[in-house]
Unconditional design. Structure first.
Length: 253
């Protein structure tokens, strides 16, 4: 069990999280979504130890004295990872830090990545696969994936998801993914958390979420509808209604 208790974090005077609380069960897969600027990536960086909260506590559930970073794999959205190295050099360097064997980069090899090229010469999708192969080589107990997979083409994304599923089945890590296309990962995630400016607005299992949520396409929507999110899609206004109740069904057919 991972517990984030009463966390507060700000970039200068810009407050991102205030008295934020979240519990993650061991072995569960969670998707965190919501509009920009509400703290999704900040939560991952706090869990990864890249950022330190101004107040509150994070308990990863490890024995006292354990550095959580040694048990965490973090795929950030910046992809600034070892860009001046080749994948093989980066794998060796990373293994030296963690005291493990270098990744064989099988995941990258499956996608035909040229391991002799520098990482900054690879495509975005290839860089994602290289970085994922390296961070998974330490057998992490916590895997954090920021909103980067939207830039990976479907072929490479399928390779990555196949590898991730194998790791999940074999090692049963806790996995937290931010702001991905829900339809891409609904077979992976068991829980969805929607963040708003005021904190967590929705925390549901995938099955319950699919049963209780509807997308209503209309310029305007009755005020009694509990609208979670409104987006403009191809010139139309899409309203995500949660929970979508019987009275809404009567009003909208």
């Amino acid at each position: 069990m991972i517990r984030m208790s009463n966390l507060s974090f700000a970039y200068g005077e810009r407050e991102i999280l205030k008295d934020f609380n979240l519990e993650l069960k061991a072995g569960e897969t969670v998707m965190i979504t919501g509009p920009n600027g509400v703290g999704k990536s900040t939560i991952l960086r706090l869990l990864a130890g890249v950022l330190i909260q101004q107040s509150g506590e994070i308990d990863h559930g490890y024995p006292k004295g354990t550095d959580p970073r040694q048990k965490t794999a973090f795929l950030p959205d910046s992809l600034s990872f070892y860009r001046s190295m080749t994948p093989l050099e980066a794998a060796k360097f990373h293994a030296g830090i963690f005291g493990t064997e270098p990744s064989d980069l099988e995941l990258a090899q499956k996608a035909g990545v040229d391991l002799s090229r520098h990482i900054n010469e690879l495509s975005v999708g290839q860089r994602v696969l290289v970085q994922m192969a390296i961070i998974l080589s330490t057998d992490p107990e916590l895997i954090l994936i920021d909103e980067v997979l939207h830039s990976v083409d479907p072929y490479l994304r399928n390779i990555l998801f196949t590898e991730l599923i194998e790791v999940m089945e074999e090692k049963n890590p806790t996995v937290v993914m931010v702001n991905l296309n829900f339809h891409d990962i609904e077979h992976l995630a068991g829980r969805v958390i929607f963040l708003g400016r005021e904190g967590i607005r929705l925390d549901e299992s995938v099955d319950l979420l699919k049963a209780k949520t509807r997308r209503v396409i209309a310029e305007e929507i009755p005020s009694e509808y509990p609208v979670l999110l409104t987006e403009n899609v191809m010139g139309s206004r899409h309203h995500i209604v949660y929970p979508f109740e019987k009275k809404n069904r009567r009003n909208h057919r």
